[in-house]
Design a protein around this ligand. Structure first.
Ligand code: SF4
Length: 195
């Protein structure tokens, strides 16, 4: 049989028919897993640490200018949701991470301690910025010269203010500690007091 004399009809015949996407047999797919079908072994304990490190819930608690950078960390540009920590909690009882973001006044110190005490165990603390860690430029009677005088701290992030990237780096360091099974600073503080 020869070609149709109608050129328009020939062009229509040459259009490839695209099949709708369907589930195909695994052997038919072009997907090659990078692990090449390998298996891995772990322990329930390590799985627990992994899950804990990747699903932290920070308390909704900001003190000063550093808090703006902390908020930016959870916004789309930095998107801390990639690390499982975007779900800021308005109640300390459902939070297990306290980011002390900014200078802490003596007047505010008991409230910080109360929020920390109300958080669920195990809990972790990041001291964000020069003010939180050392009092920063506020070397005066009104400002606590380091929040570790009030609560145990797991990770210190330097800077004034630390950028969201720096805070995220500090957060990933905390994740590494948790994944490695290191106890939170709260436990170490209790142990040092023989509790
Ligand atoms: S470290 Fe700098 S940015 Fe952070 S609270 Fe202190 S003065 Fe503000």
């Amino acid at each position: 049989m020869g070609m149709n004399d109608n050129p328009d009809q020939n062009a229509a015949d040459s259009v490839p028919i695209i099949q709708p996407r369907t589930l195909r047999e695994l052997a038919d797919t072009d997907y090659l897993p990078t692990h090449q079908g390998a298996v891995f072994t772990t322990t329930v304990k390590q799985m627990g640490h992994w899950a804990q490190a990747n699903s932290m819930w920070p308390a909704l608690f900001g003190l000063a200018c550093c808090a703006i950078e902390m908020m930016a960390m959870s916004a789309p540009r930095w998107d801390v949701a990639r690390f499982g920590a975007e779900f800021f909690q308005a109640s300390p009882r459902t939070a297990d991470l306290l980011i002390v973001s900014g200078r802490l006044s003596n007047k505010m110190a008991p409230i910080l301690r109360q929020v920390y005490d109300q958080m669920s165990d195990p809990k972790w603390v990041i001291s964000m910025g020069a003010c939180a860690s050392t009092g920063g430029v506020f070397n005066n009677y009104a400002i606590v010269q380091g929040v570790d005088q009030i609560i145990p701290v797991d990770v210190y992030v330097p800077g004034c203010p630390p950028t969201p990237d720096m805070l995220m780096y500090g957060f990933t360091m905390l994740q590494d500690k948790i994944k490695a099974g290191m106890p939170p600073a709260s436990d170490l503080a209790l142990a040092s007091r023989g509790v």
